[in-house]
Design a protein around this ligand. Structure first.
Ligand code: PHE
Ligand code: ZN
Length: 879
């Protein structure tokens, strides 16, 4: 596609559709290479649209077999067909029906958008604009219709036939070889929530009765023979349904809720009404093929998709600029669910790690964009950490600012007022303004302004006046298209830590929005506390109360005091991370630094911690033991980054700390050995996490001891978590033992593609010069395939996340990833453009690598025939 063919869609150009579609009747006859789709659309002029406007139906890689208006074949002169539209220039000025027949080739659909086949299963993916690959339609989220879908197929090919809503009829066709099913979804919905599935699938199911008394049949469908791996997903579903009833007062609203796992899927999962379709990686679990992390992700994603039923489906988005309306809110909801099911502080730490790694890095580079973008050429490139994770942080901050009760009232108002509509961020915020009585217009800037704000804080203690004063500043760096930034409304949760714990926040109380919440809404502000009897240590941004970078003028000694004495667990964890980050930033920049002193201080703090509080909460202790990653440090350095130097600094510090702690680490590794059968519950998972963190550190301190331990652990393990941890440990220790374990792993799991993905990923991440060759070799193995997104993400995406090897000085890493993006673009543009987004931090590198990265990106940009997806990422990355 040439640039001039690629229109820019702008938020300010939004206008309501000229036409509405009240009902859709689909008749789909499934066949591998020629599926026939007959659509009957009931159209009427939109009272809010332009009278007499033409009807322009979206299409993508389809052609009409026939078109009839009010049941009479439409003369070819009455409509025009272009590659992307079917247009009636002069439609009747009244309600009318259109019958459109199309023919599809699901087998040939490698983009995995629209109707495709995955391991022989027919399935659909319509978000954001895949429905137009099935039939011509007003494919925009503010056109909502009631769907009735008749599916027909050979029984042997597709014994299971599913669509949205409730099953209203099913049966055999004469001859007995074919059958049909009719599904009706009474809830009007946008086309992006349409779904159908047909295929040979096993299932597990469970009846459920909602809090308001509706009987629902829940089912999880998986590949034949894998039903024994579907139990955890079903169990998670039941738990999140109860939680949504209890916490948000939301009940389910159909007679069935189906989840289907497919092995070829571009994203994690999709919230189609009553028929969620999942990447099988986020459904299938048993102790031998899923890690503790997998169990947690399955629980979170099952919940996420289920929660969309209200935040996304019942209330959908007016247009795609409002994507964060459903995604940010639904991520917030799934994070809260996981926090309630597991440990809240540990969940918060994990989420903040992800936010910083994915969103802060996006915000700092050429792909930065506001949570609600103002323009796009390809919407599929905006399913980003900014829209999802930062979108969730904004909701969390809103709750912090207005308080739990007002937040709950605002949610109730939103559900009541916007149910059944396609809404905007303005409508959402209005509910909270009304519920809290607060003016949220300044807060709304979070949706418009890109970039991660930096907040600085300096404390002053006046012993005579018994006054402690905090001086704050905030600033946000320029981002593409936004050079001037305004101050944001930032929630700073804070406390003052004294010798015996938190001090009363005397005198400052009137200046606080709520208990311990200071609202920083100007470029500079000060806050004074009276009656403070001792020089306190400030604990700021407790619970990570705002998605900002915090620079505070505390020395290491003060931070280490917070590590032991802060009442806020998040800040206890953060304090030690900050000490380590500072040391690593200095060393990573090549500044003269006393790394040994920092290592000693951190090790000293950890020694006390491991002997004491660590045992109370092993999952939290595992997070404490885990240093910031080299990528975290590179991001903090921010400019002229030399990844090799950062990596070396990281290795040196980690090795020094591990060496100082070696005996306690060994003791931990022994003491935390499992004492019973595997359970994915948070308790035992936390013990495994701590034990395996200790093992990973031992690899640096004493490679021989760690090799023996890892090898023994690998063989003795009764679960995948411990095997993977052993493998990850060995990736740090080059040599024969490592290669032997890699081979042994492959022999054990050859028949398990999802497990082999972890094996691919572990090798792609090895921080050694031979890794690129290794990756090329792995691509040539029979199990690898460029058409399966999970394989590509594990091996090639994994390599692109390998800080030192993707960023090789000779540019070979960049060229490899660029070539792969170009190759993938021919079959699956979405997977290709996501891979290409791995270049998002290239501008922070030192000049040699920058030049090499630019050259690779330029090669992509200059490739003829690029998809919109890849062309957009390449162009923005280079701009
Ligand atoms: N809407 C999905 C989710 O967040 C993500 C998705 C987007 C899936 C586009 C497929 C295509 O739950
Ligand atoms: Zn979502």
């Amino acid at each position: 596609m040439r640039a001039e063919d690629t229109p820019t869609i702008r938020l300010e150009d939004y206008r309501p559709s000229d036409w509405l579609i009240d009902t859709v009747d689909l008749d789909v006859v499934l066949a591998p290479t020629s599926t026939r789709v007959r659509a009957l659309l009931q159209l009427r002029p939109n009272p809010e649209g332009r009278p007499g406007a033409p009807l322009v139906l979206d299409g993508d890689e389809i052609a009409p077999v026939s078109v009839a208006l009010d049941d009479r074949p439409l003369d070819a002169s009455a409509y025009t067909v272009s590659p992307r539209a079917l247009t009636l220039p002069a439609p009747p000025d009244r309600p009318f029906s259109l019958r459109i027949e199309t023919e599809l080739d699901p087998q040939a659909n490698t983009k995995l958008m629209g109707l495709y086949r995955s391991s022989g299963v027919y399935c659909t993916q319509c978000e954001a604009d895949g429905f137009r690959r099935i039939t011509y339609f007003l494919d925009r989220p503010d056109v909502m219709s009631v769907y009735t879908v008749r599916l027909e197929a050979e029984k042997a090919d597709a014994p299971v036939l599913l669509a949205n809503g409730n099953l209203v009829a099913a049966g055999e066709l004469p001859g007995g070889e074919r059958h049909f099913a009719v599904w009706h979804d009474p809830h009007p919905k946008p086309a992006y929530l349409f779904a159908l599935v047909g295929g040979r699938l096993d299932h597990v199911r469970q009846p459920y009765v909602t809090a308001d008394g509706r009987k629902v049949e829940l089912a999880v469908y998986v590949e034949p023979g894998k039903a024994d791996r579907a139990g955890w997903a079903l169990d998670s579903l039941v738990r999140c349904m109860r939680w949504d009833e209890r916490v948000f007062g939301r009940n389910y609203d159909l007679d069935v809720f189906n989840v289907v796992a497919v092995s070829d899927f571009n994203m994690g999962a999709m919230e189609n009404k009553g028929l969620n379709i999942f990447n099988d990686k986020y459904v299938l679990a048993d102790p031998h093929t899923a890690s503790d992390g997998d169990y947690a992700s399955i629980e979170a994603i099952i919940a996420h998709e289920y929660f969309h039923n209200w935040t996304g489906n019942r209330i959908t988005c007016r247009d795609w600029f409002q994507l964060c309306l459903k995604e940010g809110l639904t991520v917030f909801r799934d994070q809260e669910f996981s926090a309630d099911e597991r440990s809240r502080p540990v969940k918060r730490i994990a989420d903040v790690r992800t936010l910083r790694a994915t969103q802060f890095s996006e915000d700092a580079g050429p792909l930065a964009h506001p949570v609600r973008p103002r323009a796009y050429t390809e919407i599929n490139n905006f399913y980003t950490p900014t829209v999802y994770e930062k979108g969730a942080e904004i909701i969390r901050m809103l709750k912090t600012l207005i308080g739990d009760e007002a937040f709950a009232r605002g949610m109730d108002l939103y559900f009541a007022r916007c149910d059944g509509t396609a809404a905007t961020i303005e409508q959402f915020l209005a509910c909270f303004a009304e519920a809290s009585g607060q003016d949220l217009s300044a807060f709304a800037l979070w949706y418009e302004q890109a970039g991660t704000p930096t907040v600085t804080a300096r404390g002053r203690y006046d012993a005579q006046a018994r006054r402690y004063t905090l001086d704050f500043t905030q600033s946000t760096p320029p981002t593409p298209g936004q050079s001037e930034k305004r101050p944001l409304v930032i929630a700073v949760a804070l406390g003052l830590v004294g010798r015996d714990g938190d001090l009363p926040l005397g005198g400052a109380v009137p200046a606080l929005a709520r208990d311990g919440i200071f609202v920083l809404d100007a470029a500079e502000a000060s806050l004074s506390f009276e009656g403070i009897a001792e020089a306190p240590t400030p604990s700021l941004l407790r619970g990570f109360s705002a998605p900002v970078r915090l620079e505070l003028d505390l020395d290491d000694a003060a931070l280490l005091r917070l590590f032991t004495a802060d009442s806020d667990s998040f800040n206890r964890w953060q304090a030690l991370q900050t000490v380590a980050t500072r040391a690593l930033v200095r060393a990573g920049r090549g500044e003269a630094s006393d790394a040994a002193a920092s290592a000693g201080a951190i090790a000293g703090a950890l020694a006390g911690f491991l002997d004491g509080p660590a045992s109370d909460d092993p999952a939290f202790a595992a997070q404490v033991l885990r240093l910031p990653t080299p990528a975290d440090i590179a991001r903090e350095i921010g400019a002229h980054v030399d990844p090799d130097r950062v990596h070396a600094a990281h290795r040196a510090l980690a090795t020094a700390i591990a060496s100082a702690l070696a005996p306690s680490l060994a003791t931990l590794h022994e003491a935390l050995r499992a004492d019973g059968a595997y359970s994915p519950a948070a308790g035992p998972a936390g013990r495994r996490a701590l034990r395996n963190e200790a093992l990973g550190l031992l690899a640096l301190a004493s490679p021989e001891d760690a090799t023996a331990r890892a090898t023994a652990q690998f063989e003795a393990a009764d679960n995948l978590t411990d095997r993977l941890a052993a493998l990850a440990t060995m990736t740090l220790i080059p040599g024969e033992a490592r290669e032997a374990m890699i081979a042994r792993f492959a022999a054990l799991y050859a028949e398990e593609p999802l497990v082999m993905d972890k094996w691919l990923l572990a090798q792609a991440l090895i921080p050694e010069a031979g890794t690129l060759e290794r990756v090329r070799g792995l691509m040539a193995r029979p199990g690898f395939s460029l058409t399966n997104p999970n394989r590509v993400r594990a091996l090639i995406g994994g390599f692109a996340a390998n800080l030192t090897q993707f960023n090789r000085t000779d540019g070979a890493g960049y060229r490899f990833v660029a070539d792969m993006a170009i190759a993938l673009d021919r079959t699956n543009p979405q997977v290709a453009s996501r891979l290409l987004s791995s270049f998002k931090s290239w501008r922070m590198l030192e000049p040699t690598r920058q030049a090499a990265a630019r050259a690779a990106l330029s090669t992509v940009a200059a490739t003829p025939g690029l998809s919109r997806d890849v062309a957009d990422i390449a162009a923005r990355s280079l701009a």
